[in-house]
Design a protein around this ligand. Structure first.
Ligand code: FNR
Length: 360
């Protein structure tokens, strides 16, 4: 029994105890055999940190700039759907906690609080994650609502033309609740005899014909900077530069989409080398420790997002739990920096880590 959690894994255990099994499984699950889910975390274990000594670390400054916005640390909240299944205050609680920790939150398109509720909950820099629906009007309307409510960037998620097969949801007959953002636009209440209704909802609404030329459409409906989330290869990283977006996110959707897609940390360097600093590269997937942030930063990420750890904090202790997870991870990153001889984020270099490729 965990009383006072001291790390993300203990928060995960508290969340497991707090939530109905159907909801906990929904958050924790990966696609199919969950090989990528396991690898997302384990691949970090194979990267070694090369600490430097006799560096003055009496003051460690984690502050940085993400997409041009100053923040207290290179840490962000990833967009994850349906926070009200974890806690009745949902995304409003998450947004307040992120703001209190001076951390940028990306709000999911599939949020259970509206963009207006989240925007009015506190003053902070926030990004909005977008799925493109078969009904382009609905996606456009949501982008405009986000823009009107002060969101600062659009994160276009492109790794979900179909829903990955999440077997726990199917077995548990996971029925996703209504999404308030769409009230009056479309019904998100979907009935199915296939176990979970999420797959039926996604195949009925998501536009699986979306392709590179549609970035032009997105640019035509918003003046906000656009980031493409779901890049896993140098080829697609180069294409993102060619279509001129403001940034990219190396992500495999927390291993919930294509099983056997690579663990994100194993392809981060391939992508950052292809990008060559032309646009910011954000990163997510399997980050559970301050050392994981450090490794991703050393391999070229401008900022690192966390998905499930935030949900576990929310499920365990609401707004306070999210604050605790964020500040715990910040403390862990600060300690990692100090013990590695880095007194600022820009001191973290490629030479501070050794990957499996380096050993070959
Ligand atoms: C997600 N993710 C996600 N991504 C996205 O663009 N829109 C979304 O609505 C969601 N929803 C979602 C729900 C849940 C329960 C999870 C776990 C993930 C993916 C998310 O943004 C991020 O890529 C991963 O969560 C990062 O991996 P970790 O930190 O969860 O290991």
């Amino acid at each position: 029994m965990v009383s006072e959690p001291v790390n993300v894994s203990e928060f995960q255990e508290l969340a497991r105890q707090a939530l109905p099994k159907m909801y906990y499984d929904h958050y924790a699950v990966g696609a199919e055999d969950q090989k990528t889910l396991e690898e997302n975390v384990k691949a970090f274990h194979r990267i070694i940190i090369r600490p430097r000594i006799l560096v003055d670390v009496s003051r460690v400054d984690m502050s940085t700039s993400i997409m041009g916005y100053n923040t207290s640390a290179p840490i962000m909240v990833a967009p994850t759907a349906r926070h009200k299944l974890a806690h009745p205050e949902g995304e409003v609680a998450t947004a307040r906690a992120a703001a209190a920790c001076d951390t940028i939150m990306a709000l999911s398109f599939m949020s259970t609080c509206t963009v207006e509720e989240v925007a009015s909950s506190c003053n902070a820099v926030r990004f909005f994650q977008l799925y493109v629906y078969k009904s382009r009007e609905i996606s456009a309307l949501m982008v405009q609502r986000a823009e009107r409510n002060g969101f600062k960037a659009i994160i276009l998620t492109v790794d979900a033309p179909r829903l990955g097969r999440r077997e726990a949801d199917i077995k548990n007959r996971m029925i996703a609740p209504q999404l308030k953002n769409f009230e009056g636009l479309i019904s998100t209440e979907v009935h199915t005899d296939k176990g979970s209704n999420i797959e039926a909802f996604v195949s009925g609404t998501f536009d699986d014909s979306l392709c590179w030329k549609d970035i032009g459409w997105l640019k035509s409906i918003t003046s906000l900077p656009i980031l493409i989330k779901g890049i896993l290869t140098c080829e697609d990283a180069i294409k993102a530069v060619e279509v001129v977006v403001a940034g990219i996110v190396v992500s495999n959707h927390g291993a919930r989409q294509l099983d056997y897609s690579p663990a994100t940390i194993t392809v981060l360097e391939e992508v950052t080398l292809a990008i060559q600093g032309r646009i910011p590269v954000l990163f997510d997937g399997g980050v559970r420790r301050g050392t994981d942030f450090f490794k991703a930063l050393a391999l070229g990420a401008q900022a690192v997002m966390i998905g499930r750890p935030v949900i576990y904090g929310l499920a365990a202790k609401g707004e306070d739990g999210v604050k605790q997870v964020l500040s715990m991870l910040k403390d862990e990153l600060e300690l990692t920096m100090a013990l590695s001889g880095c007194s600022s984020v820009k001191d973290i270099t490629r030479r501070h880590v050794m990957t499996e490729q380096d050993k070959l």
